[in-house]
Design a binder for this molecule. Structure first.
Ligand code: 1CP
Length: 354
């Protein structure tokens, strides 16, 4: 196995010294890139792209050819697990993900099995192996999964939701059924991420996009507890190196200290919390990733650079910061503005590492 040419991202996650702040962008492969839209049109539908390791690899590499990013992220989706459980994932034009067979009661939950990652999800592992080969040790590859709570919202609602009424109904009216679902998901996510690590993912990230819609007590009981179960079950070393794990709950500002106690190496932070406050809360126990508002990429390159300067100053001197957006890049963003964002981090961050 060749050594990594650029391991800034991995070192920053472990709060080791780096000469500048590493950067990657959530959803860095996707619709804001014309070359993505081209391949997506040829493939026909999004899951076809995910299920073809060569195409998934090509799309993963696209942003890295354009920009000096410090990590690649597997091109896939969090909904591969419920799809492998037999819920029938499909995408309707302009409407986001949907399931043919949502899970609404204990009987349906009891029927769910833990997918075998090298069988039903073998296409994901093949994509990881293909991407690692193609990266040739240039930058590390990030594997990922959704959190049990976030996956449950899609599985119970049958797709995206605004008010979370079905999933909250299940949670409050039949908590034991909800716990059974979340436990099956935590087992599935753990084996899925461990298989990604065995296939070559050098770091993993858990996306808890919807944990922030819960009360602090419910967050602890229905989201954080199952992320803890995952952190406890993950392979933490491979190829002679630590495999860092990042947890990201959107809108989790006040809970970052509790998240830091899980044993995760790093936490994702969105733009509603200042990194200075986040850093105080976690007491340098973990690295922090974030946190520019993705909508800032609509502003001029000069304004973007100013915002990068503000965020770097907010984190302050010292190591343990991975620059990123606070959520995924929007499909309408001009790729030249993404380039300006990345360039600003390269230009301004070395001063914070001297
Ligand atoms: O081409 C298309 O029309 C499909 C759009 C698309 C893309 C590009 C979807 C459908 N998923 C993805 C890729 C994806 N999804 C990645 C790729 C790697 C990268 O470049 O970052 C990742 C990490 C995800 C993760 C994901 N999917 C999350 C968690 C992160 C987040 O953004 O909050 C969630 C919630 C999903 C569900 C999902 N899949 C797709 C869409 C449009 C959505 C969101 C639906 C919703 O808002 O409820």
């Amino acid at each position: 196995m060749s050594t990594l040419q650029n391991d800034l991202y991995l070192r920053a996650l472990l709060r080791e010294p780096t000469e500048r702040t590493p950067i990657w962008m959530m959803r860095q492969a996707g619709r804001y890139l014309p070359e993505y839209r081209e391949i997506r049109k040829e493939a026909g539908d999004f899951m076809t792209l995910c299920k073809n390791p060569e195409l998934a690899c090509e799309v993963t590499m696209q942003p890295l050819r354009r920009f000096p990013l410090d990590a690649a992220i597997l091109f896939s989706d969090i909904l591969t697990i419920p799809d492998a459980m037999g819920l029938g994932l499909y995408f309707e034009a302009g409407e986001g993900p949907k399931f043919e067979r949502p899970v609404r009661d204990l009987a349906a939950i009891n029927k769910l099995g833990v997918p075998d990652p090298e069988q039903e999800l073998g296409y994901v592992m093949n994509a990881v192996r293909t991407i690692r080969r193609e990266l040739k040790g240039s930058v590390p590859l990030i594997g990922f999964s959704g959190s049990p709570w976030t996956l449950a919202t899609y599985m119970v609602e049958g797709g995206s939701t605004k008010n979370f009424s079905e999933v909250k109904k299940l949670m409050f009216a039949e908590p034991q059924a909800m716990h059974k679902l979340l436990d099956t998901l935590a087992q599935s996510v753990t084996s899925y991420l461990n298989a990604q690590i065995a296939a070559g993912a050098q770091a993993v990230m858990v996306f808890d996009t919807w944990g922030g819609v819960l009360s602090p007590r419910d967050y602890r009981e229905f989201s954080l507890r199952y992320m803890q179960q995952i952190v406890d079950g993950l392979t933490r070393e491979n190829e002679g190196r630590r495999v860092p794990v990042t947890l990201f709950t959107k809108n989790a500002g006040p809970w970052l200290d509790e998240m830091a106690k899980t044993g995760a190496d790093a936490l994702g932070v969105d733009w509603t919390t200042d990194l200075a406050d986040a850093r105080k809360l976690v007491q340098d126990k973990v690295a922090l990733q974030g946190n520019m508002d993705p909508s800032m990429l609509y502003a001029s390159p000069a304004r973007i650079e100013e915002e990068v300067a503000t965020i770097l100053a907010s984190y302050g001197h010292g190591h343990g910061h991975v620059f990123n957006l606070g959520h995924g890049i929007h499909p309408q963003v001009d790729p030249d503005h993404a380039a300006a964002f990345i360039e600003a981090v390269h230009k301004l961050s070395p001063a914070y590492h001297r």
